[in-house]
Design a protein around this ligand. Structure first.
Ligand SMILES: *Cc1c(COP(=O)(O)O)cnc(C)c1O
Length: 391
């Protein structure tokens, strides 16, 4: 019965058997959730900070904890000001609205970037902005020749939309957490500014990029006119993101946030969690990157014809695994299910949750709730499943 239910479970749906599989066959089942770094839960320090936060009405600019977060983040990112918002999606939308002031103006972005694929076309349906997607290169960068062509075509033309913005993403999540080279950021800014456009950086995982490059985050923002930044990914806060930019830009962002319904009141309880996430980032993120690297190398060592991975492409907390011989969704089901055979063979019961990513790959994301020991368990489970699947 348990076995059947476990097999029927699909990644992404509820995980009810976290609860009732605990003592199954006398072996505690460990659930390791690699679907995203959004699944982290606030730990004791974060919850304590939330409980004890000094708060005020942030819509009046009177919440001291929100102000502290905004000021600290502005220093960290090297921008004049920042604004706390509920989500990175809203931070991106506000940024696009702040830069693209003419209805029907155009934003250039990668065709696989989060803003284009996962944000419900908000820039079109809410901001009246036209997206022009460009092909992404494997590293998550745009081809600079293509970018220049698109910018040149619009520039000064009476027949094309006015291109007011280029959006970049760092780290690039669809590319598997790849880090954009700093010189590339510089080149994009030069091209954009030469054609009357500005640059927005979707930095939902900017801290991961900074940790990977061993540079202060400000080095990655200095070539951009605005930045978004997420607290509820690797930093582990339950809610929250921000927009950063010049003082004028953030003044306008405040109005846009209000218009979008993102003005919050005693938001200090959330900002307090974000502050803890920020303070711990330099300790937590390198560990996540190490675990991702350890997993990639371990999987490569299994030398399976079904799953392959190139550890050299693992730069931050994500690992894309190429899958051959069965649909990725099926592999996910095998990794999630716990069977009597697994317990008999490996002495443990491990349920690994992850998402199919493309038709030929799955994505794993490491985060603060997955330890080095969990990573070993994941590898052991992967080895067991691959052995089962290999004729
Ligand atoms: C998660 C994510 C977002 C959206 O963040 P939310 O806070 O979930 O709205 C935007 N951009 C990137 C690159 C992301 O990974």
């Amino acid at each position: 019965m348990l076995c059947r239910l476990a097999r029927a479970a699909v990644p992404g749906l509820s995980v009810p058997w976290v609860r009732w599989s605990r003592n199954w066959a006398g072996v505690p089942a460990r659930v390791v959730d690699l679907r995203s770094d959004t699944v982290t839960r606030p730990g004791p320090a974060m919850r304590r900070a939330m409980a004890e936060a000094v708060v005020g009405d942030d819509d009046y600019g009177e919440d001291p904890t929100v102000r502290e977060l905004q000021e600290k983040a502005a220093k960290l990112l090297g921008v004049e000001q920042t604004l706390f918002v509920p989500t990175n999606t809203m931070a991106n939308l506000i940024s696009v609205m702040g830069h693209c002031r003419r209805r029907g103006s155009q934003v250039l972005l990668g065709q696989e970037c989060h803003l284009h694929v996962y944000e419900l076309g908000g820039v079109a349906q809410i901001a009246g902005v036209h997206s022009h997607p460009l092909p992404d290169m494997p590293h998550g960068t745009l081809d600079l020749n293509e970018l220049e062509r698109a910018l040149t075509r619009c520039f000064g033309s009476s027949y094309h939309p006015v291109c007011e913005l280029v959006c970049l993403e760092n780290t690039h999540s669809s590319a598997g957490g790849r880090v954009l080279p700093i010189d590339y950021l510089r080149q994009v800014r030069l091209l954009a500014h030469a054609h009357g456009a500005r640059v927005h950086l979707d930095g939902a995982r900017l801290m991961n990029a900074a940790v990977a490059l061993h540079v202060p985050p400000a080095r990655l923002v200095e070539h951009c006119d605005s930045v978004s930044f997420c607290f509820s990914k690797g930093l582990g806060a339950p809610v929250g993101a921000l927009v950063g930019g010049s003082k004028d830009f953030i003044e306008e962002a405040w109005r846009l946030r209000k218009a979008l319904g993102g003005g919050m009141r005693q938001a200090g309880v959330l900002a307090a969690a974000a502050l803890v996430g920020l303070a711990e980032a330099e300790e937590v993120l390198p560990r996540d990157h190490e675990n991702a690297q350890r997993f990639a190398k371990g999987l490569q060592d299994l030398a399976s014809p079904i799953c392959s991975v190139d550890p050299a492409t693992v730069e931050t907390n994500m690992v894309l695994v190429q899958v051959a011989g069965l649909p990725p969704a099926e592999l996910c089901q095998h990794l999630q299910a716990v069977s009597a055979e697994e317990v008999a063979r490996t002495g443990c019961a491990v349920s690994v949750l992850l998402y199919p990513w493309t038709e030929h790959s799955v994505r794993t994301v490491w985060h603060r709730d997955v330890s080095a020991q969990d990573t070993e368990l994941v590898l052991r489970k992967w080895e067991f499943v691959l052995r089962q699947l290999t004729p």
